[in-house]
Design a binder for this molecule. Structure first.
Ligand code: ADP
Length: 184
């Protein structure tokens, strides 16, 4: 028999947000994967808003341009109907961006123990620099093996990547990038 408070409590659990708190989710998103999108979707239910921040790294040239990444993320977020998710790019330190734009929380995803050390160190550096707190969401099991570099690896080998990335990203990569990758 259901306990009298159980349904009210689970409803509260599903709908409750950490109100008035916005989070910034930095990363390369080169390209956006289903793992990223899952983190964004779940975070959008927890935080008042989520800003996806495409970090421009002059020392790490991506495969996709920043404009292509922004376009693909924008389309995927729109297709998901996530109205409280925004997209920006930035070429400096994430902590500076966070401070300039009033973010106190940084969002990151964690796939496995192999992510832990780097993420721990980065969150400690960011906290040391600006008291930013990092909130981690654990990957959903079906996405735990997905990383952006694997998408490029598989595309180079001519494999089907459509179960690793959102539909619009898969279509774009097949149309514009896979031929180039296979020849280079
Ligand atoms: P990647 O590691 O795929 O190159 P990014 O550097 O853009 O991606 O990562 C941005 C954030 O997203 C990081 O916190 C990373 O751990 C997280 N992330 C990436 N892929 C996944 C996934 N499959 N599940 C959960 N989090 C992920």
């Amino acid at each position: 028999m259901a306990l009298p408070w159980a349904s009210a409590q689970s409803k509260l659990y599903l709908t409750a947000r950490i109100t008035n708190m916005k989070a910034v989710y930095p990363g390369s998103f080169d390209p956006l994967t289903l793992g990223h999108l899952d983190i964004i979707r779940r975070a959008s239910k927890i935080f008042e808003s989520v800003e996806l921040l495409i970090s421009e790294n002059p020392n790490k040239q991506g495969v996709l341009s920043i404009e292509e990444r922004i376009k693909l993320v924008r389309e995927a977020v729109k297709a998901e109907g996530l109205s409280n998710v925004t997209i920006q790019s930035y070429s400096g330190l994430t902590v500076d961006y966070a401070q300039e734009h009033g973010f106190k929380v940084l969002l990151r995803g964690m796939r496995a123990a192999s992510d832990f050390e780097a993420e721990l160190e980065m969150s400690q550096v960011n906290n040391f620099l600006s008291q930013l707190e990092t909130v981690f969401l654990m990957t959903s099991p079906q996405y735990s093996f997905i990383r952006a570099s694997r998408v490029w690896e598989l595309l180079r080998l001519g494999a089907d990547i459509s179960s690793l990335v959102p539909v619009n990203v898969a279509n774009y990569l097949k149309e514009h990038i896979s031929g180039y990758l296979q020849q280079n």
